[in-house]
Write a protein that binds this ligand. Structure first.
Ligand code: HEM
Length: 431
């Protein structure tokens, strides 16, 4: 998605805009529309050509309410626009599509297994993956950072979930197909979304069969051993949650990386500030998350009639919380359209808010911190080496292509080159 500063763009009429149209996020200017909406139409109902309708919520505090308050807004009927008006079969089975108390029972053990403490011991391995990711920079030729970043989360979730490395490229592609089924680079025939879901669910069902009875201390084995409400998880529940973990990691993390690097290119002063003071790194990572907001929306349904920003929403309606908009709300963020590596406070909602707050946030934060530590230690400056291309998706604010070259710091070419030469598959790891 284009991360614009919309003051420079002519005002648009939100009532004439289709916020569900994936093309808007590939070539349009959603930030310009949201800016107008935050001021003039913060809660707006849209009806699609096929008669389905949903409400859009764009202000920070309304977005928080929708994500947080499961007594008014349920996740069980589906949480993405791609499932609008079709009750999600994963409802009550997949953590992301459950409400408390079922949600809490699913989430508590998993969030312990994926806590910041649990993730710490992964750091050396993640650093190894990061160096391997950045190694092509040593060659000095234009390198598509966005394309390379797309495979990065698969390296850590694939390892964490104990999935065989030869499967990773296909799984990466399938998760992109699931979130951008109409994007020309990911479309495979007319039923791309259904086909991707089918293949992913089959994959995990086969994987469970193949690993049954083995000592599996990966995250998949953890799900298999998990108990809720006095029983083990059923196979379909394990499959849905494996799918959700994989999707959650694969489709978001790469765009936080590409969005942040693009901001460094557009604002070289901010990158210089960071390299001069690496203590800003944690804040810079959080600002990159706010800036890129890779998870663009999440949806809920109203359980009863409710009100947001003075607008009445009847019971049973779909409500879409636009996270990318909330993260530019001037009511909460000073100069929201400025990329500021030292921003503090920075209460962004890139990881959501409330009970569904991203369970993978500790892992994502560790991975992003290590990646940007290595970037700051090795890269003096990035330069854009070709056009940026954006993903056609209303769910993922994504960058597909970002060709860059880098001016490396002394010794960096050797260090990255050595990581490249190390090559080969990564050693197995366990929780
Ligand atoms: C920059 C990276 C990431 C971003 C921006 C992101 C964003 C989000 C957001 C906004 C939610 C809230 C969904 C809701 O309210 O309905 C969420 C939930 C979730 N995320 Fe992430 N995520 C990231 C990384 C990850 C990773 C690395 C994993 C897995 C390893 C993951 C797995 C999940 C899961 C399973 C949920 C559902 C949690 C629940 O329902 O309690 N995410 N993520």
């Amino acid at each position: 998605m284009r991360l614009t500063r919309p003051a420079q763009t002519p005002a648009l009429d939100p009532a004439e805009t289709d916020l569900a149209d994936p093309r808007l996020y590939a070539t349009g200017d959603p930030h310009a529309i949201w800016l107008t909406m935050r001021e003039h139409a913060p809660v707006l109902r849209q009806t699609l050509a096929d008669g389905r309708s949903f409400w859009s919520v764009v202000r920070y505090h309304d977005v928080n309410d929708v994500l947080r308050d499961h007594t008014r807004f349920t996740s069980e009927r589906g949480t993405l626009l791609s499932t609008l008006a079709v009750d999600d079969p994963a409802g009550g089975k997949m953590m992301a599509a459950s409400d408390p108390p079922r949600h809490t029972a699913l989430r508590e053990p998993l969030s312990r297994a994926m806590s910041m403490r649990a993730m710490r011991r992964w750091e050396p391995r993640i650093r190894q993956m990061v160096l391997r990711l950045l190694a092509p920079l040593a060659e000095g030729t234009p390198w598509d950072l966005a394309e390379a970043a797309a495979s990065f989360p698969m390296a850590f979730t694939g390892t964490l979930m104990g999935l065989p490395e030869p499967d990773w490229p296909r799984l990466t592609r399938l998760t992109s197909m699931a979130v951008a089924p109409t994007d020309s680079e990911f479309q495979e025939g007319r039923g791309t979304l259904v086909a991707a879901h089918h293949e992913l669910f089959e994959y995990f069902a086969d994987h469970l069969r193949a690993t049954a009875g083995t000592a599996d201390d990966s995250l998949v084995g953890f799900l298999r051993g998990m108990e809720i409400e006095g029983r083990r998880l059923r196979q379909d529940e394990i499959v849905y949650n494996c799918y959700s973990l994989l999707l959650g990691a694969n489709v978001t993390t790469p765009h936080a990386i590409a969005g942040t690097v693009l901001a460094f290119i557009e604002e070289p002063g901010q990158y210089a500030r960071l390299t001069a003071d690496p203590a800003l790194l944690t804040r810079a990572v959080e600002e990159g998350l706010r800036w890129s907001s890779p998870a663009n929306h999440f949806m809920r349904y109203t359980r009863r009639e409710t009100e947001l920003s003075g607008v009445r929403i009847p019971a049973g309606e779909a409500v879409v919380a636009w996270l990318g908009s909330a993260n530019r709300d001037r009511r909460v963020f000073a100069e929201p359209f400025a990329f500021d590596v030292g921003r503090s406070p920075n209460r962004h909602v890139a990881f959501g808010f409330g009970p569904h707050y991203c369970v993978g946030a500790p892992l994502a934060r560790v991975a992003l911190r290590i990646l940007f530590e290595e970037i700051v230690a090795n890269v003096g400056q990035f330069e854009q080496a070709g056009p940026v291309e954006h993903l056609a998706s209303n769910f993922v604010a994504g960058i597909k292509h970002l060709p860059v070259t880098a001016r490396l710091l002394d010794g960096a070419a050797e260090r990255l080159g050595a990581a490249h030469a190390a090559g080969g598959p990564l050693p197995e790891a366990v929780l």
